[in-house]
Design a protein around this ligand. Structure first.
Ligand code: SAH
Length: 227
């Protein structure tokens, strides 16, 4: 997917605004412009290579859960201005920081919500709604799917950012995938420059509405993962 010179300028402005916030609030371990560019921005943009993302209809609704300091939320919102993006996180001060960054950059297609996925995933207006739900650095797959699936519309996709060594996590997500009708449809390996190494995106397609019992109460998905 093409990135325009204006989008590239905005991505660099994002790094600058993010590092300013990161100096006050701990949002990310990447503290230099170079590491933030590669480790956060380029890593987030790996999703632009997915056919499932490229095929999203104009005006698609995307949700980034556990967005933290705004990754992959903000780079994707910059490069896909035709879609709308919602960032969700349990920590208000992170949501506030992303809000300041988004308004500094003049991003029109970003909205934010603070809360736990276990609660918000039961909210009528957010449930079974999003075309694409993303999550990076959030939780093991079985927990991640219980957090993400309730928000995803049937036939919509869940994209998880993962390292290359996740065989055990994948095996341990078999029950979660079945219970939440979230089927692994695509694995996309990519390599970041310098010594950031190889990583992968896992794409799940949700094939049916999420059963009413999910997500379970706050803390339960993590303490008693579907296994
Ligand atoms: N996606 C970002 C941040 C990862 S850290 C990045 O890759 O840089 C994980 C974030 O998820 C934290 O900010 C934490 O507050 C949030 N989080 C963890 N569990 C959550 C839950 N159940 N509901 C909402 N946010 C959650």
């Amino acid at each position: 997917m093409e990135i325009t010179p204006e989008q590239e300028r905005q991505l660099h402005a994002l790094v600058e605004a993010f590092l300013e916030e990161n100096a006050n609030i701990n949002l990310s371990a990447f503290r230099t412009p170079e590491s933030c560019w590669t480790g956060n921005v380029l890593d987030s943009l790996s999703a632009l290579d997915l056919e499932e993302v490229q095929r999203l209809p104009e005006g698609a609704q995307c949700l980034d859960i556990g967005t933290g300091g705004g990754f992959p939320l903000l780079p994707l919102a910059i490069c896909l201005p035709q879609h709308s993006f919602t960032g969700l996180d349990a920590t208000q001060k992170k949501i506030d920081a992303i809000g300041r960054i988004a308004s500094k950059l003049g991003l029109q297609n970003v909205s934010l919500v603070c809360g736990r996925t276990e609660e918000l995933g039961r909210q009528e207006d957010l449930r079974d709604r999003f075309d694409c739900v993303t999550a990076r650095g959030l939780a093991p797959l079985n927990v991640l799917l219980e957090y993400a699936a309730p928000f995803t519309r049937p036939k919509g996709h869940i994209v998880a950012w993962k390292s290359m060594t996740i065989d055990q996590e994948l095996t341990e997500s078999l029950l979660a995938r079945a219970e939440l009708s979230s089927h692994l449809v695509h694995r996309h390996a990519y390599e970041l420059p310098a010594d950031y190494g190889k990583r992968q995106l896992l794409v799940f397609e949700k094939t049916a509405k999420t059963p009413k019992k999910y997500p379970r109460e706050i803390g339960v998905p993590k303490k008693q993962p579907l296994i």
